[in-house]
Design a protein around this ligand. Sequence first.
Ligand SMILES: O=C(O)[C@H](O)[C@@H](O)[C@H](O)[C@H](O)COP(=O)(O)O
Length: 238
Amino acid sequence: MAREQLNSAAYSWHAFAERQDLAAALAGHVAGRLTNAIAERGTALLAVSGGTTPAKFFASLSSIPIAWNKVTVTLVDERCVPASSPRSNAGLVAANLLQNAAAAARFVPLYQEAASIEDMSEADSRMLRSLPWPLDVVVLGMGTDGHTASFFPDADNLEKLLDPSSAKVVLPVHAASAGEPRLTLSLARIVRAGFLALHIEGEDKRKAFESAMASELRKPIRAVLDAAERPVEVFWAP
Ligand SMILES: O=C(O)[C@H](O)[C@@H](O)[C@H](O)[C@H](O)COP(=O)(O)O
């Protein structure tokens, strides 16, 4: 696939005619990376995004027979709602990914009872520190505003969210465009992943991605690509 090099942002573009073909291909890449990680270090750490895009990919990945009992799955970000909410990314992952062969994986959510989202993010950071970092695989989504994870352009702590040297694991996010308050992995944790994929679908997101790569105004997705330790693998279908 053509590899595009833009200034300091490196990415590879994988285009598919059908969304189902993308789902199967991305699932194959992720399963392969998880299997390699298990062979190398006896375990694998996967972080996935929520939203409306990943369901087909999750379904494809869930049925691939790898050593799921050695895989820990967590979230790139989460809305501040319980798993029972239709807005919950944990609920989306439980219903679509942690099924079939992948039901044997360990899942570590981000939402937990706490007095505030700030307390929740601190508790998450303590809980997630014991995971087998670095992430072997991260699958990001993107909004047409150029946000990824919960790095929303109007977040009140965007500079802290995008700090590549942050020691934080999970951060709270307050952004009017996000809907409810969010919890997100820090950029610093995301960009060290062994395999960093961006899964986007539709013409609007293709144009938004190209605009973010060309714009002098650094959108959050561009900050991630610039800081990533390896080229980001972009998977796109119309
Ligand atoms: O919690 C979330 O919503 C995601 O983690 C977020 O970063 C998502 O990937 C983008 O907002 C795209 O969402 P869609 O797939 O719904 O377009």
